[in-house]
Design a protein around this ligand. Structure first.
Ligand code: OAD
Length: 258
């Protein structure tokens, strides 16, 4: 594929010594994970205030758990696509750090696949919004892995609880609307953005703060933006290159076998 915008973006990324990549739901769209705001997006057919706020969980934990278990089942059947794989190889090569808003764990799977028997940690993303498969105790804050133990949301009594003696109610370990992000994770993400020569923004509508400000930190520090998204976003006017197309197709063309 040869296209002047793609060639210019490729040259810019090749020259950059440090790249930070910010991803959103769009990178997983080709894996079959629904986005939030696009066509078929979750927030087109569901109301976030009924499913993704602490108030919703306090009001109706059964409804919230049913929805998260549905999403867990859906995502458990999805695999990383060539977009995730390309970014994992790039991060393993040491030229880029990954920051994601996604909770689906597909970057993590791609990191392990790309690393083979080597250490996948350079390709593991900073996760801004938590993990779909994690549980967190609402009383003591203890985190546990919810994978492999489907939540039985048939009644209040069957909902998962923390180990004794705590016994507190478990919730999905994701960041809900109205909640603050982990300050340590956030500050690491902004430090990476400031240090980067290029921020590559993939598959995010940039509608949710503070994640949407991460690319601006790169810009303010004198770096540039490259965007990969089938649609224009509020960030597009500030991007040195806006590549309009699916991440699973464009990223391998941008980096080849990085
Ligand atoms: P959105 O659903 O808001 O945006 C998805 C973006 O992906 C849109 O701009 C699409 O145009 C783009 N897109 C669709 N298909 C694509 C493809 N194949 N390749 C590349 N891009 C594609 O998702 P986010 O921006 O990630 O928060 O949403 C941010 C946050 O809002 C999420 O993390 C979630 C949500 O509420 C929490 O869960 C806290």
């Amino acid at each position: 594929m040869s296209d002047p915008a793609l060639d210019a973006a490729r040259a810019r990324l090749e020259r950059a010594r440090r790249i930070v990549v910010l991803t959103g739901a769009g990178i997983s769209a080709e894996s079959g994970v629904p986005t939030f705001r696009g066509e078929g997006g979750l927030w087109r057919s569901h109301r976030p205030e009924e499913l993704a706020t602490p108030q919703a969980f306090a009001r109706d934990p059964l409804l919230v758990w049913r929805w998260y278990q549905w999403r867990r089942d859906l995502v458990a059947g999805c695999a990383p696509n060539p977009g995730h794989d390309t970014l994992a190889r790039l991060a393993l090569s040491g030229r880029a750090d990954l920051v994601t808003q996604n909770v689906d764990g597909l970057h993590e799977l791609a990191a392990r696949r790309a690393a083979g028997n080597a250490d996948p940690s350079p390709a593991l993303p900073l996760t801004l919004h938590g993990s779909l498969f994690g549980n967190r105790c609402t009383r003591c804050g203890r985190r546990t892995d919810g994978r492999g133990t489907p939540v039985d949301a048939t009644s209040i009594d069957t909902l998962p609880r923390c180990a004794e003696p705590c016994g507190g109610r478990l919730r999905p370990d994701v960041v809900w609307f109205g909640e603050v992000l982990d300050p340590d994770v956030l500050s690491r993400a902004f430090s990476l953005a400031v240090a980067a020569e290029v921020c590559l923004v993939v598959g995010t509508s940039t509608m949710v703060q503070p994640a949407a400000s991460i690319p601006l930190a790169t810009l303010r520090a004198g770096g540039s933006l490259v965007e990969v998204n089938p649609e224009p976003t509020p960030l597009s006017p500030y991007a040195a290159a806006s590549l309009h197309g699916p991440a699973g197709e464009l990223l391998p063309h941008l980096f080849g076998k990085a």
